[in-house]
Design a protein around this ligand. Structure first.
Ligand code: DQA
Length: 144
């Protein structure tokens, strides 16, 4: 089983970016934690980060042979119909994750263009959001 993990814009700066909101864990540390869990679960994990909308879409197209998608679209969550359409086009079961609770922040963050084409959304648990999202995704894939 192959799972792809996509980190959207500005998530490469995790660790130093607004640590009061996003914590001090870096993206590499998140990827290492996810990879360790993936090893335990005996699934292949491919991680990707880009600050560019089109590059994220190209990555999704190139990896549509995967079994599932874990995605933190960053600010593209709230703006990108193009990424939503790409998720739909790949037909990959997807889980949207956020470090912060997007529903408890500014009004504009409450809207997700991506969540309606996902199995579900995990938001507000920091690094745990990713682990919970992976766990939910694997549970979905193994029980369908
Ligand atoms: C985020 C929430 C988004 O609103 C924001 O633009 C991000 C990070 C999160 O993980 O909490 O870049 O996706």
């Amino acid at each position: 089983m192959k799972i792809i993990v996509v980190h959207g814009p500005n998530l490469n700066l995790l660790g130093t970016r607004e640590p009061d909101v996003y914590g001090t864990v870096t993206m590499d540390e998140i990827n290492a934690t996810l990879s360790e869990r993936a090893r335990e679960e005996k699934v292949e994990l491919v991680t990707y980060q880009s600050n560019i909308e089109g590059s994220i879409i190209d990555f999704l197209h190139a990896n549509r042979d995967a079994d599932g998608l874990l995605i933190n679209p960053g600010a593209y969550t709230h703006t990108s119909i193009a990424i939503r359409d790409a998720v739909t086009a790949t037909e990959l079961p997807a889980v949207e994750v956020h470090l912060s609770n997007i529903h408890a922040r500014e009004e504009f963050r409450r809207i997700s263009y991506i969540a309606p084409v996902c199995i579900g959304q995990v938001s507000g648990f920091g690094v745990q959001s990713y682990l919970m999202g992976l766990s939910g995704l694997l549970g979905f894939l193994r029980n369908r």
